[in-house]
Design a protein around this ligand. Structure first.
Ligand code: NAP
Ligand code: G4F
Length: 371
């Protein structure tokens, strides 16, 4: 008999990669997706829909009756709770909603496991955002580990911390196999478009084709000087727009540091946590940190641009009321106990994201031109 795993947030970035991994390992995956008025939003899991071991089920994690029903129907061996209002910036604008999904959701699962299926193992998607402003320091290295105190800086982080503590309480009080992955930022070609990395690479993908078009309109007999004049009037014309046709990239704080890994590596850590003999929480990270500015530099380098500044506008709209300045995870525990380590480097991550968005923009352009 296949093991059965419920994956919430299955059509999100992590849900899609985790489902692939579990299917490869021979699981039956019950993927939960909340109701939507359109079929859009299944792009990340389209390739799984015909897999006989994959079942897509409509469910909202804030509905306790609905969650309870899932246990009666599927009696899962493992539950991975990835569903969340996952955008930190949005959580300042929608704090109550964020709490409802990010706290009530995991409580519904913990209660159902306690009452209906106490042998089910539970994974909760905790986050490095819970550390907020806090870090430890050894020599010049500032880092966070499992025992670093949490000082959350956003409604999102507060809600995730409440869920994190709830998991601990259910584990200690009722002996459930429930654990949390304290995951640092992880990105991919499937990252949501309003997170900073994907926002940057998507812009670059579209810009790349626009720039090529401008380049192709230049005449062979133009001198280098003509070229520079032409491209700068096309690209940099106007105060805050590249041209009327191609807006500049608008971003907020470029100085925040994040420990960025690839989501494919991180879902493997989630799986490993539920295969242990005892439930424990783990920090999962690359142990390298880069600023948003570093990410921009690396991403623009991919298309041969050394200085991104002429193409970017700093827009206060994207600043947060409270910021997390420094994240760098110490993964000694995960490396030792889970045998986990990341395989994809920061440079590979950026390269994969930029190349994928260049391809995606090419396809969109071709589709448009064939209409
Ligand atoms: P994501 O792409 O935003 O996916 C979140 C998923 O949750 C989406 O599929 C969303 O559905 C679903 N969802 C939201 N509210 C729901 C509800 N009420 N009922 C059912 N489903 C609901 O996020 P991700 O990057 O894959 O992250 C996965 C989890 O890890 C999240 O809990 C996130 O907070 C946490 N986390 C992420 C990172 C990171 O860097 N990626 C780091 C630490 C922790 P829709 O598509 O309908 O919106
Ligand atoms: O990409 P971000 O929105 O990710 P953030 O806030 O670090 O949160 C992500 O990672 C967490 C783990 O630490 C997850 F728990 C959470 O679910 C999510 O996946 O922002 C990264 C940094 C921030 O400092 C932000 O202020 O980029 C800065 N930033 C600058 N300009 C921007 C922008 N962020 C966004 N989203 N959009 C901008 O235009």
């Amino acid at each position: 008999m296949n093991k059965v795993a419920i994956v919430t947030g299955v059509n999100g970035q992590d849900g899609s990669y985790l489902s692939e991994l579990l299917l490869e390992k021979g699981y039956t995956v019950v993927g939960l997706r909340r109701r939507s008025s359109s079929e859009k939003g299944l792009e990340r899991i389209e390739h799984l829909l015909n897999n006989k071991n994959f079942k897509l089920v409509e469910a909202d994690i804030t509905d306790s009756g609905c969650v309870n029903g899932l246990f009666q129907e599927f009696m899962p061996d493992e539950v991975y709770n990835l569903a969340a209002q996952s955008h930190v910036g949005t959580s300042f604008k929608q704090p109550s909603y964020t709490c409802q999904v990010n706290i009530q959701g995991p409580i519904n699962f913990l209660e159902s496991i306690r009452l209906v299926s106490p042998s089910t193992k539970f994974y909760q998607a905790s986050t490095s955002e819970m550390f907020g402003k806090n870090y430890e320091q050894m020599g010049n290295t500032k880092y966070q580990r499992e025992t670093t105190a949490f000082v959350p800086q956003s409604p999102y982080a507060v809600a995730k911390l409440a869920a994190h503590e709830m998991v601990r309480i259910y584990r200690d009080s009722y002996g459930l196999f429930a654990c949390c992955g304290i995951l640092f930022n992880h990105e991919s070609e499937r990252r949501g478009e309003n997170f900073v990395t994907r926002k940057i690479t998507k812009w670059i993908g579209e810009f790349y084709h626009w720039k090529n078009q401008i380049d192709s309109q230049l005449h062979d007999n133009e001198t280098d000087n003509d070229y520079i004049l032409k491209i700068s009037s096309e690209l940099l014309g106007g105060d805050n727009r590249v041209t009327e046709k191609f807006p500049k990239l608008r971003l907020g704080n470029l100085n925040a540091h994040r420990d960025w890994g690839h989501a494919q590596d991180y879902v493997d850590a989630m799986y490993r946590m539920l295969q242990q003999n005892t439930p424990e929480d783990y920090v999962i990270a690359t142990s390298e940190t880069y600023s948003v500015r570093d990410f921009l530099t690396e991403a623009f380098n991919e298309i041969g641009i050394k200085n991104f500044e002429p193409y970017v506008v700093i827009d206060p709209e994207f600043y947060r009321p409270c910021e997390v300045d420094w994240l760098l995870g110490n993964t000694t525990k995960a490396r030792k106990q889970l045998g986990w380590r990341p395989k994809i480097t920061f440079q590979e991550l950026v390269q994969r994201m930029v190349r994928s968005d260049i391809d995606a923009a090419r396809k969109t352009k071709l589709e448009r031109s064939s209409i």
